[in-house]
Write a protein that binds this ligand. Structure first.
Ligand code: ADP
Length: 454
């Protein structure tokens, strides 16, 4: 433990809200820094996994909910990303105590430069790619945040750079976090069960720029219509960004032209042929272009960038080919949890005509699926629906033949029986997984197991 954390945190009364992986780590970290920590969760005590470890470390636990009194006299409240802070309780607490996310706390405790990646989709893919490039370039890089590694683990080693994947929920509770490099990949509808409006969601995403100074860098997808409109609305000029585009040549920035990615930055130009890139779809080229943008502004040598982008094979559960059987390719895209990622999955498959059997559905997050109609009707020969969102999906009015399946296994069997050689069976749910599965990984692993057993 460094001295700085101890000085800033010793004897401070801190309440940690939410005791999942991140919250538990945060509570243990704070306690190790000498803070007086109370941790609380709506879950009953027996469902809190690290309970014993927390108690041993001197953390007081208030399980099964929390009342306002718990927060009285606290110097600081640190909330987990899953916790809603727009409720009456938190509005009251915020009158007397600061409420922040763990990434904000991290940023207050270090001067190491932060690179932050956000967007509705592609965060983990881009963050992983950037981490790989930076590591190849010999930079000691910490990677954490929404990617599944608690941000405060940063303090376990001596790093030169701090790379964070940030969700809109984490961004809601930053105050001073200032990324030296920020990345905004795209904004499409998501989490409409948690936000009052799409406007609120866009505002949360744009908080990534909030504390950046002129000399900092903003790597931004300039072709995303929501982002473009919002930049205009806020009067943010393109000259202050490092833009990337799949559609047009840029004087400065990263763009796609024919079969090449071209980078123009600080008076230099470099070219990366698309051929040889192993991850599929234009959306993945966007992720790669964002990754190159970060590498350019950090000053990584071109060799490391080339090695990084050409060796990157993508991540499980994101357009992952499971197998080919009787001329039919089966793809697991379980991480597709919103209509935007489902749309990009269908667009990214290549080929012409209706050659896709799509399995979609899951838990609805208050989403609007009507924007999928054109792409589904032009690409999908059979739509198989699972989960709670089935009826909602049907109301999008697809013209494609649609079947209902009771569960994932039945859906896969229906897909197998209806697919012909040359077709693709795509599992891209476009919905959350929590109706039938623990999480997207559990859902994807179930799909793979069923497909391997065919
Ligand atoms: P996130 O961490 O933002 O959820 P992931 O990289 O895990 O992003 O990908 C989530 C889903 O979005 C997957 O279905 C993936 O195929 C799709 N996806 C990846 N990159 C993009 C992108 N740039 N635009 C749209 N969809 C994307």
């Amino acid at each position: 433990m460094m001295i700085r954390e101890r000085i800033l945190l010793e004897n401070k009364k801190i309440v940690v809200v939410g005791l999942g992986v991140t919250g538990s780590y945060t509570a243990l970290f704070l306690s190790a820094c000498g803070a007086d920590v109370t941790a609380t969760d709506v879950k009953p005590a027996e469902l809190i996994e690290c309970r014993e470890e927390l108690e041993k470390a001197g953390v007081r636990i208030e399980a099964g909910g929390h009342t306002e009194e718990l927060f009285n006299g606290a110097d600081l409240v640190v909330v987990s990303p899953g916790v809603r802070t727009d409720t009456g309780l938190f509005k009251t607490i915020k009158h007397h105590t600061e409420v922040i996310s763990d990434v904000e706390l991290l940023s207050r405790l270090t001067d190491v430069p932060i690179i932050a990646v956000t967007g509705t989709n592609g965060k983990t893919t881009t963050t992983t790619l950037v981490a790989d490039i930076l590591t190849r370039a010999g930079i000691r890089t910490f990677t954490g945040g929404n990617i599944g590694v608690p941000a405060l683990k940063f303090f376990e080693q001596d790093y030169e750079l701090c790379l964070l994947e940030l969700s809109s929920f984490q961004l809601e509770n930053i105050r001073t976090l200032r990324p030296r490099v920020s990345v905004l990949l795209n904004i499409t509808e998501d989490h409409m069960d948690r936000y009052h409006s799409f406007r609120d969601y866009v505002d949360a995403k744009f908080r990534i720029f909030m504390n950046q100074k002129e000399e900092d860098h903003r790597v931004v997808n300039i072709e995303d219509s929501v982002i473009r409109e919002e930049l205009e609305r806020r009067g943010i000029k393109e000259q202050t960004l490092l833009p990337f585009s799949t559609k047009r040549e840029l004087k400065e920035g990263v763009y796609l032209t024919g079969d090449n990615i071209v980078c123009r930055y600080a008076g230099r130009e470099s070219v990366y042929p698309v051929e040889g890139i192993k991850i599929e779809g234009t959306h993945n080229l966007e992720n790669i272009m964002a990754g190159i943008g970060v590498a350019l502004v950090v000053g990584v040598d071109e060799g490391a960038v080339r090695q990084g982008i050409y060796s990157f094979r993508g991540l499980p559960h994101r357009m992952e080919t499971v197998r080919e059987l009787n001329g039919v390719r089966y793809i697991n895209d379980s991480k597709s949890t919103n209509p935007g990622s489902l749309k990009r999955a269908l667009e990214g498959l290549g080929g012409e005509g209706k050659r896709v059997v799509l399995i979609a559905g899951g838990k609805d997050k208050g989403m609007d699926f009507s924007g999928l109609k054109d792409v589904v009707d032009s690409r999908v020969k059979l739509l198989i629906l699972i989960g709670d969102a089935r009826d909602k999906l049907k109301r999008a009015g697809f013209g494609t033949r649609t079947l209902d399946a009771q569960g994932l296994e039945e859906a896969v069997l229906m897909a197998r029986d209806n697919a012909e050689p040359g077709d693709t069976v795509l599992f891209s749910p476009g919905c959350a997984s929590f109706d039938m599965f623990r999480d997207f990984e559990h859902r994807g692993n179930c799909f793979k197991e069923i497909v391997r057993g065919l």
